[in-house]
Design a protein around this ligand. Structure first.
Ligand code: ADP
Length: 479
């Protein structure tokens, strides 16, 4: 129980003793009681009331302390800082009030803990969100910012540091601020896109929504601002649109020629067998080009579809490359190109898909034959490593300027489109190579020296771990 406050005891004693003292004074006034005994009686009354008042005053004071502690959001603590247990409520009217208060206090602490735990869990959850999230009051000041928002807008400063700051001070984006104003003016939702001045290649979408609730005071959260990095999405939409435009363009060109030739055949070349033969040959070239393009598109889409499932066949790389070089031998002969193959360092089968590996090496070796200078040698060289095999296709051609290297595997990226078309290229060969390498969890490295030639090095993984020599195994079991 709290130590009774003297002032309260005095005032309570005086208040309770007042009627008795008045009665004694009246008795003295009418001569029924002598002043001496009256004073003694008054002192006795005061002492008795003071003695009786001490306990109820102490109990009421304890209640007051507990209520004060609740108001300031904590618990009554003992001098050593531990939270103090409730005392026996006692009897009487004050006892009933104390017991009722104790029940209320217990529930209040339980509800408060549930609320604090819930808020803590919500904060952890919001902090785990990858997207920046901010709540704003009616004056566009920050009420809450999750970890992603603090990292993006306030260099990761703690929440207390940024609470109350104006949104325009941390996000100088006129479009977003305008959207927030519109929501404050009554709009339910607004979504805008923006880029940061120092990160122009990153696009964000900002979504502003009212949180709702009619009794929102000036400092309460009123609107929610959610930022989402939509760079990858926009890039993929753009590349899809570019891809469709490129495919249409690539098909359109031979198609236009075909339509032109058909018209000519129907018209001027109708009666001219020599012209007809010439046009039919040109038409065959154009339709071959269209067929190659469609074949490459189908290959690309098939490989992309399987890209997430690594192939699990054990493939003999020498056999694959042998098949490809046999296939391309006539083409190489036409350009007087020698193919020099050194695959001895390859020690075992490769984990892969045989058809895809044929396609991969066919595209690379065919490019080397196409882009090398006439009469030179294309070398196919293997390098030894414990878990991987690296096959380099080295040509002696014009080489590739360094600014093109990073983009060579993009679909339809060609250094010289006219030359590529003239050589029967679709612009998809290296994109197919890149996707096959990705599916095989391998690597493609392109290096080139202008005027000397280029090297396309493919690294692939062996199907099985390196074989331990038989005597090593015996030695291990003997141990
Ligand atoms: P293409 O069908 O045009 O050959 P690829 O995707 O196979 O398409 O190659 C893309 C471009 O990369 C080619 O157009 C060419 O400009 C360049 N390229 C590919 N291989 C070589 C090489 N060995 N030497 C020089 N340039 C090459």
């Amino acid at each position: 129980m709290a130590t009774p406050n003297t002032k309260h005891i005095v005032t309570t004693t005086l208040a309770f003793a007042a009627p008795a003292i008045v009665a004694l004074a009246v008795l003295v006034a009418i001569g029924a009681l002598a002043i001496g005994p009256a004073i003694v009686a008054a002192v006795a009354v005061l002492l008795a009331i003071a003695a009786f008042a001490a306990r109820p005053v102490g109990r009421l004071q304890e209640l007051q302390q507990r209520i004060d502690a609740m108001v300031s959001g904590g618990r009554v603590t003992s001098p050593d800082g531990a939270s103090e247990a409730l005392t026996d409520p006692g009897g009487g009217a004050i006892g009933d009030v104390t017991a009722a208060f104790q029940r209320f206090e217990r529930n209040w602490h339980r509800d408060r803990k549930a609320l604090t735990d819930g808020l803590g869990a919500a904060a952890t959850l919001f902090d785990a969100l990858p997207d920046p999230l901010v709540t704003l009051d009616r004056q566009s000041r920050l009420v809450y910012a999750n970890a992603a928002a603090r990292a993006l807008l306030a260099e990761g400063r703690p929440e207390d540091d940024i609470r109350g700051r104006d949104l325009s001070a941390v996000l100088r984006q006129p479009l977003v601020l305008e959207a927030v104003s519109e929501v404050q003016a009554g709009a339910a939702t607004r979504a805008v896109e923006f880029t940061f001045a120092d990160r122009v290649d990153q696009t964000f979408e900002a979504r502003v929504e009212t949180i709702g609730g009619t009794e929102v005071s000036d400092n309460d959260a009123f609107a929610l601002l959610l930022l989402r990095d939509v760079t990858a999405q926009r890039q993929s939409e753009q590349s899809r649109a570019d891809f469709v435009a490129n495919v249409s363009h690539e098909l359109r060109t031979p198609l236009t020629s075909l339509i032109g030739f058909i018209e000519t055949l129907r018209d001027t070349a109708k009666e001219d067998p020599a012209a007809r033969d010439r046009f039919l040959a040109l038409m065959a070239t154009q339709s071959d080009r269209m067929a190659r393009l469609v074949d490459d598109l189908l290959s690309l889409s098939r490989i992309e579809m399987n890209e997430h499932t690594p192939p699990d066949e054990a493939v003999d790389l020498r056999h694959v490359i042998g098949t490809v070089t046999d296939l391309l031998a006539p083409q190489a002969r036409q350009r007087n190109i020698t193919i020099d193959t050194q695959l001895d360092p390859v020690t075992g089968p490769i984990a892969g898909d045989a058809d895809e590996l044929v396609q991969l090496f066919q595209n690379l070796i065919e490019n080397a034959i196409k882009y090398a200078h006439e009469g030179t040698t294309v070398r196919i060289v293997a390098e030894r490593a414990s878990e991987t095999a690296t096959i380099s296709i080295i040509d002696q051609g014009d080489g590739i300027a360094s600014e093109h290297l990073a983009r060579l595997t993009e679909r339809f990226y060609r250094i010289d489109t006219a030359r590529s078309r003239e050589l029967g290229g679709t612009g998809l060969g290296l994109a197919i190579v890149k996707h096959i390498v990705n599916r095989h969890r391998g690597d493609l490295a392109i290096t080139s020296t202008e005027g000397e030639g280029s090297t396309f090095a493919v690294t692939l993984q062996y199907a099985a771990p390196p074989i331990i020599a038989a005597d090593e195994t015996k030695a291990a079991s003997a141990d």
